[in-house]
Design a protein around this ligand. Structure first.
Ligand code: NAD
Ligand code: AHE
Ligand code: ZN
Length: 368
């Protein structure tokens, strides 16, 4: 079949909209009509050329929601007309990682996913007979996609696609980091570095679990109002204080119980560790840093009890936890609507990237 898609032909170049050929689902695979997709900073990161796994030409996008159109042989967990969110972190429930119960990082198809291919080593997308790479196993910048069954979370049918799509990455990453990765306890002091599409979800996750002080750090004062609305109790602009780490340690009577880096800046990652409380403070890296970047700190920071951790997809097990997060949204426990500042047709997807880069948008959503 044909599908309308935004193709990333080359790093650093705008996406181009075209009719692409899409092969139908093979065994264990599912054809999904994508109704809406968010644009995440990670799409921009890969398009920029900084992602060591970035491949071109590819169809990017990993924050979508849609409807099952057709299932390949052997598919049992979803059927035609089911509403679904594609998962860049699948959940096979059989691999060593899934069975460990210690991580959400299912590895069943991670190797081929990182090579832009379906689990059988081929691509379902082509243009003029030339294969196009899949991206993060999802490629939601295409109106129709084929994905493995284990990479689909079935969600309730009354959740609107234009909001539910954001649960495919940003909402789950931010809220999940608090709830599943850090398990922040009521009353704890939380510091969030970067108040964008991820950081604001960390803030609302912290509020949801009853955190005490919720301190937001950003260079963009335009983020203050929305962050306060989502639960931030204090704001710090790094340009307006002397030593940022000392400042936060003073504000929190010795340091943060939990810190989250939601930028992808290795210098800030160091600050996010060092502002943590001696003896127990935990710092979670969420931001994705470019190829070649490395983190550093004095080992003494860890010797004295601070912990450096990371969180991918909020520690959520996609097929199990994503439907619950959709319920949280539908029950009014989390706010998605106010974070979606722009909606665009696919033809204007490059404007969505420009809005993100300029700091004007929190999340742009493309509607098919
Ligand atoms: P975004 O562009 O919406 O937000 C980034 C925010 O950081 C902006 O508000 C910006 O003003 C602020 N900022 C930039 N430099 C800063 C600095 N030096 N100090 C303080 N604030 C600064 O991006 P996003 O969509 O929220 O994504 C954030 C990061 O999270 C990206 O690196 C993205 O790739 C990553 N990410 C990781 C996961 C995961 O599973 N680990 C999932 C999604 C996104
Ligand atoms: N290819 C990138 C990986 C970047 C990365 O860490 N991605 C996150 C999700 S970001 C979503 O917006 C992730 O899930 N990581 C775990 C994994 O297995 O990729 C790079 O930098 O190499
Ligand atoms: Zn993302």
């Amino acid at each position: 079949m044909k599908t309308r898609a935004a193709i990333a032909w080359k790093a650093g170049e705008p996406l181009s909209i075209a009719e692409v050929d899409l092969e139908g689902p093979r065994a264990g695979e599912v054809l999904v009509e994508i109704k809406a997709t968010g644009i995440c900073h990670t799409d921009y990161y890969t398009l920029s050329g900084a992602d060591p796994e970035g491949l071109f030409p590819a169809i990017l996008g990993h924050e979508g929601a849609g409807i099952v159109l057709e299932t390949g042989t052997g598919v049992t967990s979803v059927r035609r007309d089911d509403h679904v969110i594609p998962l860049y972190t699948p959940e096979c429930r059989q691999c060593k990682f899934c069975l460990s119960r210690k991580t959400n990082l299912c590895q069943a198809i991670r190797a081929t996913q990182g090579r832009g291919l379906m689990p059988d080593g081929s691509s379902r997308f082509s243009f003029d007979g030339r294969p196009l790479y899949h991206y993060m196993g999802t490629s939601t910048f295409s109106n129709y996609i084929v994905v493995p069954e284990i990479a689909l979370a079935k969600i309730r049918a009354d959740a609107p696609f234009d909001k539910a799509c954001y649960i495919g990455c940003g909402v789950t990453t931010g809220v999940g980091a608090v709830v599943f990765s850090a398990r922040v306890e009521p009353g704890a002091n939380v510091v969030v570095f970067g108040l964008g599409g991820i950081g604001l979800n960390v803030i609302q996750g912290a509020k949801m679990v009853g955190a005490g002080r919720i301190i937001g750090v950003d260079l963009n004062p335009g983020r203050i109002e929305i962050a306060r609305r989502f639960g931030m109790t204090d704001f710090v602009n790094p340009n307006e204080v002397g030593n940022l780490v000392d400042h936060i340690v003073q504000m929190t009577d010795g340091g943060a119980d939990y810190a989250f880096e939601c930028i992808g800046n290795v210098g800030v990652m160091r600050q996010a560790l060092e502002c943590c409380h001696k003896g127990w403070g935990q710092s979670f890296i969420i931001g994705v840093a470019a190829a070649g970047q490395e983190i550093a700190t004095r080992p003494f920071q860890l010797v004295t009890g601070r912990q450096w951790k990371g969180s991918a997809f909020g520690g959520a097990r996609g097929r199990t936890d994503v439907p619950t997060i959709v319920d949280w949204y539908m029950d009014g426990k989390i706010n998605i609507d106010d974070l979606i500042t722009h909606t665009l047709p696919l033809e204007r997807i490059n404007d969505g990237f420009a809005l993100m880069k300029s700091g004007q948008s929190i999340r742009s959503v493309v509607l098919y």
